[in-house]
Design a binder for this molecule. Structure first.
Ligand SMILES: Nc1ncnc2c1ncn2[C@@H]1O[C@H](COP(=O)(O)OP(=O)(O)O)[C@@H](O)[C@H]1O
Ligand SMILES: [Mg+2]
Length: 237
């Protein structure tokens, strides 16, 4: 196979605003980007700049007011919500700042959960255990999330994100709730797994240290990426 780069994700002119009462806040003002298969992309921005909003739109979780998101050429928000849910389950992994693990399940069950629809219970659990070993939690398989440290819980969430062998993984401030040493360890696991499997990664963060781990860095400011504002001005002048 050749090494030709293929676009896996493309966003065109994404707009998203929030309206509270009579006030409308334009958070995304026409964001465009494309992501190559296998690359790791970070989007950095200050708190409140719209990083989570953008990640949710890119990840098929939040319909934009305007614009198109294409995954392997297919319009994500052109799908029925049912198909979009299936698309997410089969192709996308998510890692959030606050882990989002289920307290009533042990960590094997938490990791296995996304695959329960596609695989037998036994199969899903066996793969979940393998993934937990890969994130250094082989000794903790019978435990529940609340019995683990924050860094360990985020490693469980990483294993869960990889459960269905997703084409693309979205991370929202994955180390935002962790001290810097623990965060570094979590990122080491994340990048080791993602790079070994050539997953595509899109990560948003306010931290330059975290952003620098990615192969490409973009910056979100005033509702646009990098110099898109200037580009638009030039175009419309
Ligand atoms: N559901 C919502 N309703 C109203 N305003 C929101 C909502 N979600 C986010 N915002 C506002 O939109 C802006 C961008 O939020 P967010 O995308 O969470 O930024 P970031 O992740 O960069 O901190 C913020 O000013 C935030 O207060
Ligand atoms: Mg955020």
């Amino acid at each position: 196979m050749g090494e030709k780069e293929e676009t896996i994700l493309r966003a065109e002119n994404i707009k998203r605003s929030y309206t509270i009462g009579k006030t409308t806040l334009d958070v995304l003002k026409g964001v465009s980007l494309s992501v190559d298969a296998g690359e790791t992309l970070s989007i950095m921005g200050e708190s409140g700049s719209g990083k989570s909003t953008l990640l949710h739109v890119l990840g098929g979780l939040d319909t934009p007011k305007d614009g198109v998101v294409r995954f392997n050429g297919h319009s994500v928000y052109g799908m029925s919500s049912q198909r979009r849910a299936r698309f997410r389950a089969e192709n996308v992994g998510y890692v959030f700042q606050s882990f989002h693990l289920l307290p009533e399940l042990d960590i094997v069950e938490n990791v296995a959960l996304p695959a329960m629809a596609q695989r037998s219970r036994g199969d899903a659990k066996a793969r979940a255990k393998e993934l937990l070993v890969e994130v250094g939690l082989g000794e903790r398989v019978g435990h529940r999330p609340q019995e683990l440290s924050g860094g360990e819980q985020q490693r469980v969430a990483i294993a869960r994100a990889l459960m269905n062998d997703p084409d693309i993984i979205f991370c929202d401030e994955p180390t935002g709730n962790l001290d810097s040493r623990t965060g570094e360890k979590v990122l080491n696991y994340l990048f080791q797994l993602v790079e070994a499997r050539r997953h595509t990664l899109v990560l948003v963060t306010h931290s330059q240290d975290v952003a620098s781990r990615c192969s490409r860095e973009l910056f979100l400011k005033d509702g646009l990426l990098d110099n898109q504002g200037k580009m638009n001005e030039d175009i419309f002048r």
